[in-house]
Design a protein around this ligand. Structure first.
Ligand code: KIV
Ligand code: ZN
Length: 508
């Protein structure tokens, strides 16, 4: 069985999804969960891009052990030096440097000749090797590059000391057969290819990122770059959970596997979705709400008789909880902490106290508490952003014969402000009141609502996208009262917009 390395770029390429930016604390929580998944390499960010990115890579390098931490760098000295400084505390640190190799990028973006690109790539790898033995080189837009030129670049960067050569399908253009042929071509034509791991990094513009990655594995790629839930630039990257489970489910076909602890997949998916505000579509493979739901009578009958009739994977294998009743009103702090541990959350004392308070409040509102409720409640604690605005109180009146009205009390930079507004519905009235208090110029792009568990007392989850001056942020809120959940999501997004104003823009 060949061992395929999983390089996770949720915190770098994943964060490039519009509105999915994460603050440093959020990135550390994701990184901890990626370490539990047993990811081989965590690409923690692009250190030169902003002080926030630098800090995230540095903190992850300091705090997350047992995994390689990578920092991205263009083929420029300053980028490489910043990446080197950020990964320095890591147990095992990698510099990932990249330069485009396609003629279209050379002509229009870089304005460089092929010889200049070859030279710059070699220089960058040598420079990176001054700081670490673990250097990866990516030939950006590889799939639209001349194959022979790509071979020359691969050969020279390997000679210069790159231990991993990444072949990105940057624009999601290739198709499985063609990509397989390209990997085979490299394998056969690059004389020193056995000195490096060939990696692939596929984008999903044609919906083929996972298929392309798997075809590359069949042709000899030893590392796959991917993101949790497939988030990423434009249509996203290859979805980690899909690549991993394809290899796991078809071992004879691929004769290859990863070291991922698959039972951690579902929890990771939920955490990333909550933190980024990127909702997972119900029919998403592996982690979607319907991925293991059998609706047709014939299928249900088959599964009841023998699961393998219609199930190729077991939900337990990816850690999908069975909605067990876990805790209730009389459960103490110790039991709560133990249950959290079983669910994979180890909170600091302060976070734990706050989560326990919320749990107790939830017990007063809701008779049955499921694992999903606890996860929701905890991940709200985990993903807190610094609060310029906090929701103190919300009162609404609405119904068939009254004009919906909301009164909102917010703490704004330490001062309490109250405002009442009417609206087209209770959510609209609430949002008008919050917008009035905060004087926000943002525009609500998206509003999504869903129930976490069944029943009318279920926790409701609201995700919103707010746009201001070309930037989009996502906010998240949960509560048994959906209007309160909506208010929390709006306030959370407004706090993120405030956070953006404090954090200098990414320079790239
Ligand atoms: O898509 C891409 O080409 C990238 C590189 C930086 C690897 O993200
Ligand atoms: Zn990419």
């Amino acid at each position: 069985m060949r061992y395929i390395r999983v390089f996770d770029t949720t915190l770098r390429d994943g964060e490039q999804s519009p509105g999915a930016s994460m603050n440093v604390e959020e990135k550390i929580h994701v990184a901890r969960q990626l370490a539990r998944l047993n990811i081989d390499v965590i690409e923690a960010g692009f250190p030169v891009a902003s002080p926030g990115d630098f800090e995230a890579v540095r903190r992850i390098a300091e705090e997350i052990k047992g995994v390689t931490v990578a920092g991205l760098a263009r083929a420029k000295d300053l980028d490489i030096e910043r990446a080197a400084e950020a990964i320095r505390p890591a147990e095992s640190g990698r510099i990932h440097t990249f330069l485009a190799t396609s003629d279209i990028h050379l002509r229009y973006k870089l304005r460089m000749s092929r010889e200049e690109v070859l030279d710059a790539a070699v220089r960058a790898v040598k420079k990176a090797r001054e700081f670490t033995d673990d250097v990866e080189f990516s030939a950006e837009d590889a799939t639209r590059s001349d194959w022979d030129f790509l071979c020359r670049v691969a050969e020279e960067v390997i000679k210069a000391g790159a231990g991993t050569v990444n072949i990105p399908d940057t624009v999601g253009y290739t198709i499985p057969q063609e990509f397989g042929e390209l990997i085979e071509y490299l394998m056969n034509r690059v004389p020193n290819i056995d000195k490096a791991v060939i990696s692939v990094h596929c984008h999903n513009d044609l919906g083929l990122a996972v298929a392309n990655s798997l075809t590359a594995v069949l042709k000899g790629a030893g590392q796959v770059e991917c993101t949790v839930n497939g988030i990423g630039e434009r249509a996203g990257n290859a979805a980690m959970e899909e690549v991993v489970m394809a290899l796991k489910t078809r071992p004879k076909f691929f004769n290859a596997d990863t070291r991922i602890v698959t039972e951690e997949i579902y929890k990771t998916s939920r955490l990333v979705s909550k933190i980024t505000g990127m909702v997972v579509q119900p029919n998403k493979a592996i982690v979607g709400a319907n991925a293991f739901a059998h609706e047709a009578g014939i299928h249900q009958d088959g599964v009841l008789k023998e699961r393998s009739t219609y199930e190729i994977m077991k939900p337990e294998t990816v850690g999908i909880p069975q909605s067990k009743l876990v805790l209730g009103k009389h459960s103490g702090r110790h039991a709560f902490k133990e249950r959290l541990k079983e669910l994979g959350y180890e909170l600091g004392e302060d976070e734990l106290n706050k989560a326990f308070e919320r749990f107790k409040r939830l017990c007063d509102q809701k008779k049955y508490i499921f694992d999903e409720d606890i996860e929701t409640l905890v991940s709200e604690e985990v993903k807190k952003v610094p609060e310029v605005y906090s929701l103190l109180e919300l009162r609404v009146s609405s119904g068939t014969s009254v004009k919906p009205t909301a009164t909102v009390r917010l703490k704004v930079r330490g001062e309490v402000v109250e405002r009442s507004e009417e609206g087209d519905g209770p959510v609209d009235a609430t949002y008008r009141a919050i917008a009035g208090i905060t004087e926000t110029k943002s525009h609500l792009e998206k509003f999504e609502i869903k129930g976490i568990t069944g029943g009318t007392d279920a926790l409701g989850e609201v995700m919103v996208s707010l746009e201001e001056e070309g930037h989009t942020v996502r906010g998240y809120g949960s509560d048994t009262d959906i209007i309160v959940a909506a208010a929390k999501a709006y306030v959370n997004a407004l706090n993120k917009l405030e956070g953006r104003k404090r954090e200098p823009e990414k320079g790239i």
